[in-house]
Design a protein around this ligand. Structure first.
Ligand SMILES: *[C@@H]1O[C@H](CO)[C@@H](O)[C@H](O)[C@H]1NC(C)=O
Ligand SMILES: *[C@@H]1O[C@H](CO)[C@@H](O)[C@H](O)[C@H]1NC(C)=O
Ligand SMILES: *[C@@H]1O[C@H](CO)[C@@H](O)[C@H](O)[C@H]1NC(C)=O
Length: 563
């Protein structure tokens, strides 16, 4: 409620005038009280498009095949039946706990007071815009609507000051006494912004690695082979943009169904990449009869054609291979001489997959060829297609390497095929420092370009962990987990066994594991969205989904990272 001493008539007059001034610019009775007026500070680069719905691949379609170089089912199931991808996270939609709130709202929204109300900002900010929403709540309001949060949410926020240091031990889990949840919590009415009192932003200092230096990566060229629709979906372009935009790294995207696409469609896709500042070239299969997997390898011929004298490394990727940032990959590859033959990648984490498919660079983690080796394979590309011992793209690459060079696989430990099914929490909460991620839009459903926005601010701090209070662990960009039984017994050196397909075939790669903690004993606020504004302020929302059927509100923790 606003402490307003202004008489009602004055308020009404003020309101009318306000309408006349700005009413032409935006809908007065928009049902989104958070909608900021045109001149307010926006967190997001103005992109009005809704978030890409994450579409599970359609079984048997060409699109699905393109997801994986291997086109292989997880090794556990050795017959053809590809287990259906796990369902997307529980749908956010739930009945509003406040029936009638909407009709009620337009009439009841308090008129803008003559003076800015005294919100407890906790830090200095411009006065709230005339729709009475504190600008600090813009991101929650905008995103809360997209995420379909409950009509009221329990909300707390923390203002994190990153303290940059070259000496941060990224593997250490530092203890911070202030808890992230509970303290300073307030209830936010998502339908009536004006009723909201902003909680204090409790300050916390965290030691983090330095941001990655701004570097160009014109020594790297990447190739993928996939269908038009998969390449054209918003999440695809956004994710490529996260790691490629303005880096001078090149992407050669072989569009498997190019002959069936109109010139206008291809032009539109080209424009999307160009608008996202991605140096992408769309190419057609070397032979229209090639399968997606064969093209996964032969895209190398196009890459060689588009290479420059600076090109040192050729990365053959799945279309859902993602890099939080290119710097760690570039640093890792720089240890090898690109003028010698190098075949670099990693195995599946699942030994059964290694046994079935072989000792090779698994497609989702990428196969990285030195320029010397890439040239040899390119010269023999068509022969290698004939010689291949299996149809999978990564196997064609491996066979070609082994037949036409003396190179053997060099393993980079921090690459991941991510052959983990079901709940990936254990992986993301393990303190891992992945060079790449994979399977984020099939086996599980995540927005890696949002999760890893932290890496734009503090480099290697993505997935860095801290203990907070007596019972919480933040895995930066993935979750805040609150453990009912505290942290004493929790061995954070081991990965929690949440994935559904783990067996002793994973011991050689990611074991040993610690047992799964029952949801009753572990309350997980999962990362759902983030934005970074032009001043470099990063906002992350971690959400625990309440059970609407028993009247529970969703709970949100907003971390505001501000230098
Ligand atoms: C893409 O990269 C190539 C090779 O570095 C360069 O020649 C070309 O100009 C770049 N294209 C754009 C649009 O920047
Ligand atoms: C590669 O470049 C050569 C020479 O410009 C050209 O003849 C050939 O068709 C190109 N191949 C591809 C796959 O683009
Ligand atoms: C941090 O907290 C954990 C769990 O409570 C404890 O075991 C550990 O000793 C603490 N570390 C320091 C440096 O206080």
């Amino acid at each position: 409620m606003f402490p307003s001493k202004v008489p009602r008539v004055v308020l009404l007059t003020g309101l009318v005038l306000l309408f006349l001034v700005i009413g032409t610019n935006y809908y007065l009775y928009d049902d989104d009280p958070f909608r900021p007026p045109p001149n307010s500070l926006q967190q997001q680069p103005s992109s009005p498009k809704p978030p890409a719905p994450v579409v599970p691949p359609v079984a048997g379609s060409k699109n699905e095949a393109s997801a994986d170089a291997g086109q292989k089912p997880p090794a556990a199931s050795e017959n053809e039946a590809l287990p259906p991808p796990p369902p997307p996270p529980p749908p956010a939609a739930k009945p509003s706990g406040q029936p009638g709130a909407e009709e009620h709202k337009t009439a009841a929204t308090p008129a803008p007071p003559a003076e800015s109300p005294k919100f407890d900002h906790g830090d200095e900010h411009p006065p709230p815009p005339p729709n009475n929403c504190p600008t600090e709540l813009d991101f929650l309001g905008k995103t809360g609507k997209e995420l379909k949060l409950s009509s009221h949410v329990k909300y707390s926020r923390r203002c994190i000051t990153p303290v940059f240091s070259a000496d941060v031990n990224r593997n250490e889990v530092v203890n911070i006494s202030t808890p992230l949840t509970g303290e300073g919590e307030t209830t936010i009415d998502m339908k009536n912004c004006a009723a909201n009192k902003l909680p204090q932003c409790i300050p916390i200092k965290l030691d983090v690695p330095k941001p990655y230096p701004k570097e160009k990566f014109n020594n790297m060229i990447f190739g993928i082979s996939t269908g038009y629709d998969r390449l054209n979906d918003a999440s695809s372009v956004d994710t490529f943009a996260h790691w490629m935009a303005d880096t001078d790294a090149q992407l050669i995207a072989l569009v498997t169904d190019m002959p069936e696409r109109t010139a206008a469609e291809l032009k539109a896709l080209n424009k999307r990449f160009a608008d996202a500042h991605i140096n992408a070239t769309l190419v057609r299969a070397l032979d229209d009869s090639f399968t997606t997997s064969q093209s996964h390898f032969t895209v190398l011929v196009h890459m060689l054609n588009h290479s420059t004298p600076e090109t040192q490394w050729y990365g053959l990727l799945d279309d859902d291979t993602f890099f939080p940032n290119l710097k760690p990959l570039s640093d890792a590859l720089a240890k090898f001489d690109h003028q010698k033959d190098y075949y670099i990648g990693t195995l599946s984490e699942d030994f059964a997959a290694v046994r079935n498919f072989g000792y090779m660079a698994f497609g989702g983690a990428g196969a990285y060829l030195s320029s010397a080796l890439a040239q040899k394979l390119g010269d023999n590309a068509l022969k290698c297609i004939e010689e291949a011992t299996a149809p999978e793209g990564d196997i064609i690459i491996r066979d070609c390497v082994y037949r036409h060079s003396k190179a053997k696989l060099t393993i980079l430990d921090e690459l991941w095929q991510q052959d983990l099914m079901g709940d990936p929490s254990g992986f993301f909460e393990s303190g891992v420092r992945p060079i790449n991620l994979h399977h984020w839009k099939s086996w599980f459903h995540l927005r890696p370009e949002k999760m890893s926005l932290a890496s734009n601010l503090c480099g290697d701090c993505f997935l860095q962990r801290w203990r907070f209070g007596t019972d919480e662990v933040l895995s930066n960009g993935y979750s805040i987990a609150k453990y009912r039984d505290g942290l004493e017994e929790l061995d954070l050196n081991f990965m929690e066994k949440t994935a559904s397909n783990l067996n002793n075939g994973f011991d050689f790669s990611i074991g040993p594991f610690r047992p799964v903690i029952h949801p009753d004993a572990k309350k997980s606020f999962l990362f759902e969205d983030a934005s970074i504004d032009d001043k470099g302020v990063l906002r992350q929302l971690y959400v625990w989904r309440g059970n609407a059927e028993i009247g529970e509100m969703d709970e949100v923790v907003e971390l505001v990272w501000k230098k």
